[in-house]
Write a protein that binds this ligand. Sequence first.
Ligand code: DHB
Ligand code: FE
Length: 285
Amino acid sequence: MARITASVYTSHVPAIGAAIDLGKTHEPYWQPVFKGYEYSKQWMKDNKPDVIFLVYNDHATAFSLDLIPTFAIGTAAEYQPADEGWGPRPVPVVKGHPELASHIAQSVIQQDFDLTIVNKMAVDHGLTVPLSLMCGQPDAWPCPVIPFAVNVVQYPVPSGQRCFNLGQAIRKAVESYDEDLNVHIWGTGGMSHQLQGARAGLINREWDNAWLDQMIVDPAACAATPHIDYVREAGSEGIELVMWLIARGAMSDVADKTKQVSVKHLFYHVPASNTAVGHLILDNN
Ligand code: DHB
Ligand code: FE
């Protein structure tokens, strides 16, 4: 059967993608950011998954304000990098896994989560920047990716609790797939940032680090965090962090209290563009 063996959490700052694409990773401003992902790139090579289930948000790229699915699962064979206004990033096409994605859609919808099924979409920095951070600049991404888009742009957005519960349903879905597949689940976005309004530029190191620590030991407490706390403490775009709870809910210790996850890597850095960068790798042992 298929299994979720690890989860990865990372910010998706678009300027990081530009720094990679324009060869600026060794500049003094960027060097500390990329240093924080050196371990992660090696870990990806040493623990290569068969499939990545990648939870991210679309930034009005594939879905305009005309159509806003709360949760959308990509069931296509491939996804083109999106043109976000400066041309598409020069990164490989993202290959999908239609069979596993369709199975997860079937199982998760039967577990009472209403997913939108997407057979065609372009993927923006929310998905391609985490891939670049974890995989570098390969000619092809190391494995198929199932994109899972969450609306965190236009209110009403889903609660952290619903995201956490959804992660548990995704775990059950993966474990009911017959083929032996090693699946990683990634939660992306965050950490504290606010891109507009009077508080633009807000960064809250203390809150971010407390949240990272709590995500490791007591994710149910993170799941109980109401929207207003994210917005007040982590800025309006800090709400992207609810997506991490989908990945965290899919870990073995949530389903089975006798199990423990281990922390493979933890990294936090400010600044990167307008955003605090947070990154965590958890393994199911
Ligand atoms: C920035 C961060 C984001 O998460 C995003 O989606 C767009 C911009 C920024 O730091 O500028
Ligand atoms: Fe974003």
